[in-house]
Design a protein around this ligand. Structure first.
Ligand code: FEO
Length: 203
């Protein structure tokens, strides 16, 4: 729990007298700032990952998947900006770190979407950790801010699982790949599935 500590500062006026001032307490703890910065960089990595996957799909003439993943790469940057703005509002410094390059080879379209689903589960895990930190500090403003991400991650996992379900249904052999690409193109046109019980607010 943070406390507000009075500090005696020397005044700069003509009299040179002393006065009691109060230190400005940061709105977030250092631990919370670190974790939010970590999340910012994870969202940027997600964007890089999906942009790379979009390029792989374009290279394989899977134009629907390429368009969908390119859009999703942009969406990840809106997730990053929401966090960035929150840090700015609290007076904290956002730190953009260097990051590893995403993979650029995938065994198949299905293997690629399985990797996306696993990645989104990892992001959900990191959001849950953040929520836990906000709850235990306690930091109720950040806890409230994070609710959007809780709903968003539910939506993301649902979206990518629904694509994997379609692959299982249609198959990815021969013409199956063509039909899968068409289905994913429809998602790109509608900006994802929204018939869900936990639709997040607009970014
Ligand atoms: Fe920003 Fe796909 O999680």
């Amino acid at each position: 729990m943070r406390s507000c500590s009075p500090t005696v500062l020397k005044g700069g006026g003509l009299s040179g007298s002393f006065f009691v001032a109060t230190e400005i307490e940061p709105m977030l703890t250092p631990a919370m700032i670190d974790r939010l910065n970590e999340q910012i960089n994870l969202e940027i990595y997600s964007s890089h990952l999906y942009l790379q996957m979009s390029s792989w799909c374009a290279h394989k003439s899977l134009d629907g998947c390429a368009q969908f993943l390119s859009q999703h790469a942009d969406e990840e940057m809106t997730h990053m900006r929401r966090l960035l703005n929150y840090l700015h509002e609290t007076g904290a410094l956002a730190i953009i770190s260097g990051m590893e390059a995403p993979p650029h080879h995938f065994d198949s379209l299905q293997a690629m979407f399985e990797k996306i689903y696993a990645h989104e589960q990892f992001v959900t895990h990191k959001i849950n950790d953040l929520v836990h930190l906000a709850n235990t500090e306690p930091d109720y403003a950040t806890l409230q801010f994070l609710q959007w991400y809780v709903a968003e991650q539910h939506q993301e996992e649902f979206l990518f699982k629904s694509i994997l379900d379609k692959m299982a249904l249609i198959g990815t052999e021969g013409q199956g790949l063509f039909f899968i690409d068409q289905e994913v193109a429809k998602l790109a046109a509608t900006k994802g599935i929204k018939a869900n019980s936990m639709e997040p607010a607009q970014p």
